[in-house]
Design a protein around this ligand. Structure first.
Ligand SMILES: Cc1ncc(C[n+]2csc(CCOP(=O)(O)OP(=O)(O)O)c2C)c(N)n1
Ligand SMILES: [Mg+2]
Length: 388
């Protein structure tokens, strides 16, 4: 008895950016490769800024995307506008490419509902960040079912981590995707850790991709630090789903270079050596080395790019800080279309209590929607996005 299944594994660039096989035709397009590179750098600089904003108390918890840039940028470049992304909380890279604004991402992690009400119409049908692990995989199947029933050639892409693949919701989603041959692509970001649980003890399956096989569809692995590999295989997967040929699961092997979130301290459960080793494999340096060897990237271009990205990030921070606070009831206002009486009463109590706390001696007047021009308080009172 053994549980080994031979699965496809794809890598084009080794950790030093050298080719480990013949490149597919599309990769001759250096403009495309440079665009992918620029987007990865922008994502990383934004990510660093988000962590810094948490450290200085201006947003709540944040889940860094450090080390996952290749996966997200590949997904974002390949999805069409009419497709739907059903993301999880480590998807800054994809969301930025879909059209979610950097300031919206900061608002979300600052505990502000406007951070999930994406302003760009191009992204209006994408789902907001999902924090309950793996539940989004089922939502994605719901969306894909709608596409199939309507006869639309649209694809749903949903992402999750290695830990999420152990959840019932994930396995149920794979099952229904296979049973109904849904146009959905599951991208598993196997970053080796689920908070402090290492991949080694997460599952008895040698690969996470093989979970697709149990559900009757195609699964494969790619090097998630090699954007050329992720892009190539994902392109095939999305195309296949679009043509009605059923779902695909792609397991991207990566590494979570940062803490789980800013509320975590990964040095308590993993060694410095392991992290140092993982830095040797990281995705941005790898593509940079390749592009430099091809003569299409150099230090001058790098410095110019960093300056441009930093300006964009700073603009977003300014917009975020100028956004002011929303009224307290915005936290719950979107929960029901029509409030059940018992909850309506609780809503009133919440507002009264908030007014008492904020202005103990002043005569209470409830904050109105649209008001809220106070400046943003320190995160301790912002509350932050709930994340455990
Ligand atoms: C249903 C549910 N259970 C537990 C949690 C707490 N939790 C938050 S993140 C996480 C680990 C997820 O790890 P993984 O799926 O590998 O994704 P990663 O964070 O590594 O990208 C857990 C258990 C949660 N958010 N939702
Ligand atoms: Mg993980």
């Amino acid at each position: 008895m053994h549980n080994k299944i031979d699965l496809q594994y794809t890598r084009y660039l080794d950790p030093d950016g050298r080719l480990s096989g013949a490149l597919p035709g599309w990769a001759d397009d250096f403009n495309l490769l440079t665009r992918l590179y620029r987007q990865m750098v922008l994502t990383r600089l934004f990510d660093q800024k988000a962590v810094a904003l948490q450290r200085t108390g201006r947003i709540g918890t944040y889940a860094p995307t450090l080390g996952q840039e290749a996966i997200g940028v590949a997904i974002g470049s390949l999805m069409r506008g009419e497709d739907v992304l059903v993301p999880y909380y480590r998807d800054t890279a994809v969301q930025l490419m879909r059209g979610v604004k950097m300031e919206e991402i900061l608002l979300y992690w600052g505990g502000d509902e406007r951070g999930s009400a994406y302003l760009d119409p191009a992204v209006a049908e994408d789902f907001p960040i999902c924090v309950p692990i793996a539940t989004q995989a089922l939502h994605a199947c719901g969306v894909a079912s709608a596409f199939k029933i309507r006869g639309q050639h649209r694809v749903t892409v949903t992402t999750c981590g290695d830990g999420a693949t152990s959840k019932g919701d994930f396995l149920e989603a794979l099952n229904v995707a296979g049973a109904w041959q849904l146009p959905v692509v599951f991208v598993v970001n196997n970053n080796q850790w689920a908070i402090s649980t290492p991949r080694r003890i997460q599952s008895g399956a040698p690969t996470l991709a093989q979970k697709a096989i149990g559900a009757g569809f195609h699964g494969e692995q790619v090097d998630g630090n090699d954007i050329l590999a992720v892009y190539d295989r994902l392109q095939q997967a999305i195309e296949r789903a679009r043509q009605g040929k059923g779902p695909v699961l792609i397991e991207c092997l990566s590494y979570r270079l940062g803490d789980h979130t800013t509320a975590d301290d990964a040095t308590r459960y993993r060694s410095a050596d392991e992290v140092k080793q993982a830095w040797q494999e990281e995705p941005i340096k790898r593509l940079q080395s390749f592009l430099a060897a091809q003569g299409v990237w150099d230090e001058g271009r790098e410095q110019k790019l960093i300056g441009e990205c930093q300006a964009l990030v700073q603009q977003a921070v300014d917009a975020f800080e100028a956004a002011g606070l929303q009224p307290l009831e915005s936290v719950i206002d979107q929960v029901y279309a029509r409030w059940p009486a018992a909850l309506a009463e609780q809503r009133e109590m919440l507002l009264e209590r908030a007014v008492r706390r904020e202005a103990p001696s002043a005569s209470p007047s409830l904050p109105q929607a649209g008001e809220g021009h106070q400046s943003r308080p320190a995160a301790a009172s912002v509350g932050g996005a709930h994340h455990e």
